[in-house]
Design a protein around this ligand. Structure first.
Ligand code: KIV
Length: 273
């Protein structure tokens, strides 16, 4: 049985829980490898648009594309909780549409869905919860709002903005979400939101005091082509390793070093050139 949304809801550091470890993944191999590493939650993020599909914003990913990748990730049967991002415009039109889109992600294999925004998204959150679909929130620098924000900008930089963020977080919690991602805010803001809530906060560029941390897999592995935000720590340079391995293969093919006899099927008896 995978880690459930109700179990995650109780994972608050101030009550003695370990920090939640969260990472994105977009297919069977990356989900299987992340699960083998013992992470708690795997997010099939709409960052799919940026890191896998080569787009410059998450606006370019659809429910169908998300379902395609959720189905692949779910095929790894992770012990971790598998949460799927609801892409832009899949929960903004009306609540019936939001429920149908979330249901598609659940049928593709997600255990819950994540959506961006605060008070303005309460009707969608209510409708999903009424359909028995657990919901994770996402506040701060919400990438689907990047046009409205005028760029990828750190949020919560004034006392008024922090009040709004805390009010949004409390309203989402009261509605019934089980956890919330807080992205790109000063540490003190990550800390204040975490203190204000009973549900766990999962930070990405929100400092060390949140109840968990999330990174985009391709950023932490050194696979992405984009300029890393300040909050990314690269734990490997897998991109360099991949290029070196493929260059080595190319060299072996060109020199006749590959394939060797051991990598070749023997000729059938009696068959000669
Ligand atoms: O899509 C994503 O990868 C995300 C994380 C940045 C939290 O939403």
């Amino acid at each position: 049985m995978s880690l459930s949304a109700p179990t995650i809801r109780g994972r608050k550091r101030r009550h003695g829980s370990e920090p939640l470890v969260v990472v994105t993944a977009y297919d069977e191999p990356t989900t299987r490898l992340a699960d083998a590493a013992g992470v708690d939650i795997i997010l099939v993020g709409d960052s799919l648009a940026n890191v896998v599909l080569g787009q410059d914003s998450t606006h370019h990913v659809t429910v169908e594309q998300m379902c395609h990748h959720v189905r692949a990730a779910a095929a790894a049967h992770p012990k971790a909780h598998l949460v799927a991002d609801m892409p832009w415009l899949s929960y903004h039109v009306d609540t019936a549409d939001s429920v149908r889109n979330a249901a598609s992600l659940i049928r593709a294999g997600a255990h819950s869905v994540k959506l961006e925004g605060g008070v303005v998204r309460l009707p969608a959150v209510r409708a999903l919860l009424d359909a028995e679909i657990p919901v994770m929130g996402h506040l701060g620098l919400t990438p689907q709002s990047v046009l409205a924000f005028g760029g990828f900008k750190v949020q919560g930089k004034t006392n008024e903005a922090v009040e709004v963020l805390i009010a949004d977080a409390l309203a989402l919690e009261a509605e019934g979400i089980y956890a919330v991602v807080i992205e790109a805010v000063p540490s003190i803001v990550g800390s204040r939101i975490t203190d204000a809530l009973e549900i766990p906060t999962i930070g990405i560029g929100a400092g060390p005091d949140t109840d968990g941390q999330i990174l985009v897999l391709h950023d932490l592995l050194g696979l992405s082509n984009r300029k890393s935000p300040t909050f990314v720590r690269r734990y490997a340079e897998i991109g360099v390793m991949i290029t070196e391995a493929i260059a080595h293969y190319a060299q072996d093919v060109r020199s006749g070093e590959f394939p060797s006899a051991a990598e070749t099927y023997p000729n059938p008896e009696g068959m000669v050139n």
